[in-house]
Design a protein around this ligand. Structure first.
Ligand code: BG6
Length: 501
């Protein structure tokens, strides 16, 4: 059964094409810029969402001429944005200027200063700094930004910080101190692109925009929750970054914690940034620190060995470029978390995430309790619990499984699905990065993290990272193309449950 969206009234529509900006991307030639930012900016340009008088300064370490950088912009957009080759308009390319610089040397920043001083009405622009760089460079770059006086003019400024914010609780706190010397909290946009995905935003709309589900959203009706963020790709060319981050800092500390919070949080008093962020922080606070014994039993860290994904042979993590041959970095994590509050006591949240898994799949499964009696006697086979599934990837949809009578002379309950799929809508959808860039231009912080939330997420993660650093032999290998180490299946089986897939 497919649900279609019947629009009863048109959304108000927001004109954001009003504020000219100068976007300064640190790491303008890096992996993230190529894969996500440049394609997102181009799409916004095509949708006429970028003010015509906006400019983009790309700051990077490599020596490149302006034409070489424009070529990189073209290639990135074509590679990551569309199936057919498109001609990128000059109007878009002309927005870019590439400046070469080191994150530790002042010369580059002086060049930015000089370039910006050429603008006559600098006060009319908002200046958005984007740190698309690994966390270890953030402090140096902030030091440089601090030296940027932009011709002594007062100007509106904002900063977008990529995740992971810091590398642990201490560094995140330090980093924040540096940030606060230059920016006020409402000028800081700590990005987690998962929050910009439609189905992730839909969790709150679904929960609080309908009155039929929220009364069931608690330990009386829900048996358990599963959250999967599985990728079939490996670490690609990001060995240097990934060796230090691993799955725990790359996915669990940010994307996964945000998903847990959105599913578990209480209704906010209104839909503004602080009310929502207050409720998320309360959820993080309910996750108590866990003992080593608990972690050994309920957490699984894995690393992929050679195998096959999508019918192709792939190498093991340890053979990837820029990875130590004896690396103990985890590329897979599964665990059972408890939210110790009134609503969720006794409802386990099983989570798993990893690279080189069997398929790309990000989903949240809310499994309800089964009916109290097996009314249909012996014929009662396939009596599955109702599941509400938020699929984030590969497609964005929400589905609800229910049991119906199978037509015929016997009494078989049979599961069917009710589906809502975003791809069926004939609406222009925008990617997570596009949405978040727009929100930053507009000044809407709702989908960005606040510092107290970041620190709470590290408070939960630091002991887990330490636990696996101390117990290196707990790292389990799994063949690429599988669903991770066997132990992650046993985690649910010992509770008489199993992963949906
Ligand atoms: C990023 C991680 O934040 O998210 C990557 O650094 C990961 O390792 C990516 O591949 C996954 O994002 P998406 O949108 O493809 O699920």
């Amino acid at each position: 059964m497919n649900l279609e969206m019947k629009t009863l009234c048109e959304p108000d529509g927001i004109d954001i094409n009003t504020q000219p900006f100068i976007l300064i991307i640190f790491g303008g030639g890096g992996d993230l810029s190529q894969k996500k930012l440049l394609p997102a900016l181009y799409n916004l340009f095509k949708l006429n969402k970028l003010n015509n008088d906006s400019h983009i300064i790309s700051y990077g370490r490599q020596a490149r001429t302006q034409d070489e950088y424009k070529d990189l912009v073209k290639v990135s957009i074509n590679k990551n944005n569309s199936e057919e080759k498109i001609d990128i308009e000059d109007n878009f390319l002309d927005k870019f200027i590439y400046l070469r610089g080191d994150s530790e040397k002042l010369e580059g920043i002086n060049e930015i200063n000089r370039y910006i001083c050429n603008f006559k009405n600098i006060k009319e622009y908002q200046i958005i700094f984007y740190l698309a760089t690994p966390p270890n460079l953030a402090k140096n770059i902030l030091n440089l930004i601090q030296k940027l006086d932009l011709c002594g003019e007062p100007f509106k400024k904002k900063i977008i910080m990529e995740k992971p914010f810091g590398t642990d609780m201490e560094s995140a706190t330090q980093l924040n101190k540096c940030l606060n010397e230059i920016f006020k909290e409402d000028e800081i946009y700590r990005i987690d692109h998962y929050l910009g995905k439609e189905t992730v935003q839909n969790i709150l709309f679904f929960r609080f925009g309908n009155s039929i589900f929220e009364p069931l959203w608690n330990r009386s009706f829900i048996d358990h929750i599963q959250i999967t963020v599985a990728e079939d790709i490996g670490i690609e060319s990001r060995g240097n970054f990934y060796e230090k981050a691993g799955v725990l800092k790359d996915i669990i500390q940010n994307h996964m914690m945000q998903l847990i919070a959105l599913v578990a949080m209480e209704p906010p008093t209104n839909f503004n940034a602080n009310s929502i962020r207050d409720e998320k922080v309360k959820i993080f606070k309910t996750i108590s620190n866990m003992t080593d014994e608990y972690m050994s039993e309920n957490f699984v860290l894995g690393q992929y060995s050679a195998g096959k994904t999508n019918n192709e042979d792939v190498i093991s993590y340890r053979n990837e470029k820029n990875v130590e041959e004896n690396s103990n970095t985890g590329t897979f994590f599964a665990g059972k978390f408890n939210i110790d509050n009134w609503r969720w006591a006794g409802v386990p949240f099983y989570i798993r995430a990893g690279k080189r898994l069997n398929q790309k799949l990000s989903e949240i499964v809310i499994t309800f309790k089964t009916p109290p009696l097996k009314l249909f006697g012996n014929a009662c086979r396939d009596m599955l619990a109702n599941e509400l599934i938020f699929t984030i990837q590969p497609e964005e949809r929400i589905s609800l499984s229910m049991n119906m009578k199978y037509p015929g002379i016997e009494n078989y309950p049979h599961p069917v699905e009710m589906n809502f799929n975003y791809s069926k809508l004939k609406l222009i959808s925008i990617s997570a990065y596009e949405r978040l860039i727009i929100d930053c231009i507009k000044g809407d912080l709702t989908l960005f993290s606040r510092q107290d939330g970041i620190e709470e997420m590290w408070r939960i993660l630091d002991p887990i990272v330490n636990h696996f650093n101390k117990n290196k032999s707990d790292l389990l290998r799994y063949p690429a193309g599988s669903w991770g180490p066997e132990k992650s299946k046993l985690l649910l089986e010992k509770d008489n449950r199993k992963w949906r897939i």
